[in-house]
Write a protein that binds this ligand. Structure first.
Ligand code: DOR
Ligand code: ZN
Length: 425
């Protein structure tokens, strides 16, 4: 199939392109990116992207697709449908499934299901420890052979520092990073951020140091063994300051944050709406400002969603009993455009955090519009206003604190390997 995308503002950070151009796709790959491409007119589809942006398909390095085991929350089919609607053409899915993705048969299952049911590319993340129990390393080598691109016990930290050290040393063989969910479980016995909001609501709280002590420990161990570490869903000022300092000394540290951590504060939890319950918790205004500054100055490399779909019943309970997580794939692009509208990031830097940077950190040959590369392309409108309606989500997870919000910026078309997988109506 040949597709010509005309007159869009092409944003390709990897290749240093930001200008009005055409993109020509042929046989699943990018053929040309240039001004005024003249063709023989044999293309099946000509997309007029005037006034819109054209970018490499976004890469989400942190999603929960819930398959196998929790298909009532999400499955690969619905999760990847939500992904392409949101502008993502590649996702990395976490290992906290049932069974846990801690051996090659689960990894192979996910890869196979993704080929069959997936609207976009899916790369599994393997567990660091068997059953996420923190006791014994999982079958990392086998899983690597079957297609994992990282390991993580996401949902919790690896409490045993010796085990974490071994995992960090072991993955050097494969040059894949350890993704660290930074949370000291002994310090983390609550449900909302420790601060003004928790004092008012009276809910048990989680202090920022619960995250920061593990950020510092994990970076220290990674540096000690000269391995790569990626810190995920960072939420506090202290974490960003620690990463900023550590990066000056040691180059193999990267990190991400999520749209809810630069959009909402813990004040959102005051109404006891369980859709605001997420782990790590929404933090103070000061933390949110520090996250935005970390995005601006490059301390934070990547924006990921931590797409954590849950069934309504697990949110329709008291705050302390509710599941943690936000269904994020269908609002991430729009919420992140807020960083552009607020002057935090220009469009090329914003796109870089969804494309070039995640591709580099996880060694994926995507996230760029280089001729010869797979044609994973999106067309988005950074200005269009729309109202979030959870009932229109393609994800099974309708759990969003953004229902009813007016946001500016929306994905319009998603192309995966030269095939149109989503088009906004
Ligand atoms: O809020 C969260 N939900 N944080 C996590 O770390 C895990 C995730 C989930 O799996 O639901
Ligand atoms: Zn996590």
């Amino acid at each position: 199939m040949k597709i010509l995308i005309k007159n869009g503002r092409v944003l390709d950070p990897k290749n240093g392109i930001d200008g009005v151009m055409d993109v020509y796709i042929n046989g699943g790959v990018i053929e040309r990116v240039d001004r005024n491409i003249r063709t023989r007119g044999t293309e099946e589809e000509v997309i007029d992207a005037k006034g819109l942006c054209v970018a490499p398909g976004f890469i989400d390095v942190h999603v929960h697709l819930r398959e196998p085991g929790y298909e009532y929350k999400e499955n690969i089919k619905t999760g990847t449908a939500a992904a392409v609607k949101g502008g993502f053409t590649t996702v990395i899915c976490m290992a906290n499934t049932n069974p846990v993705n801690d051996n090659k048969s689960v990894t192979e299952y996910i890869v196979k299901q993704a080929k069959k049911d997936g609207s976009c590319r899916v790369f599994p993340c393997g567990a660091i420890t068997k059953g996420l129990k923190g006791e014994e390393l999982s079958e990392i080598g086998e899983m690597y052979e079957s297609g994992i691109v990282a390991i993580s016990d996401d949902g919790k930290s690896v409490k045993n520092s010796q085990l974490l050290r071994k995992a960090l040393e072991y993955v050097k063989l494969f040059e894949i990073p350890v993704i660290s969910h930074c949370e000291d479980e002994d310090l983390s016995t609550g449900f909302v951020n420790e601060g003004r909001a928790s004092v008012i609501s009276g809910l048990d709280s989680i202090p920022t140091i619960a995250e920061e002590v593990i950020v510092k420990r994990d970076m220290a161990i990674a540096e000690y063994v000269r391995s790569r570490i990626h810190l995920t869903h960072l939420s506090t000022k202290g974490s960003i300051e620690a990463v900023r300092e550590a990066k000056k000394r040691y180059g193999k540290i990267t990190c991400d944050t999520c749209p809810h951590y630069f959009t909402l504060t813990d004040a959102a939890t005051l109404g006891f709406d369980t859709h605001t319950k997420v782990n790590p918790p929404l933090r103070s205004h000061e933390d949110v400002e520090a996250i935005r500054e970390g995005l601006r100055d490059g301390t934070i490399d990547i924006i990921a969603t931590d797409h954590a779909p849950h069934e309504a019943a697990s949110k329709d309970v008291e705050f302390n009993l509710a599941s943690s997580g936000i269904s994020g794939l269908e609002t991430a692009l729009g919420l992140s455009m807020g960083l552009f509208h607020d002057g935090v990031l220009d469009l090329i830097e914003l796109v870089r955090k969804f494309t070039e940077n995640p591709a580099r950190v996880f060694k994926l040959p995507f996230g760029e519009l280089t001729p010869g590369r797979a044609a994973d392309v999106i067309v988005f409108d950074p200005y269009i206003e729309w109202t979030v309606d959870k009932n229109t989500f393609l994800s099974k997870g309708k759990n969003t604190p953004f229902h009813g919000w007016k946001i500016k910026g929306k994905n319009m078309i998603t192309i995966v390997e030269g095939e149109i997988k989503y088009r906004a109506r």
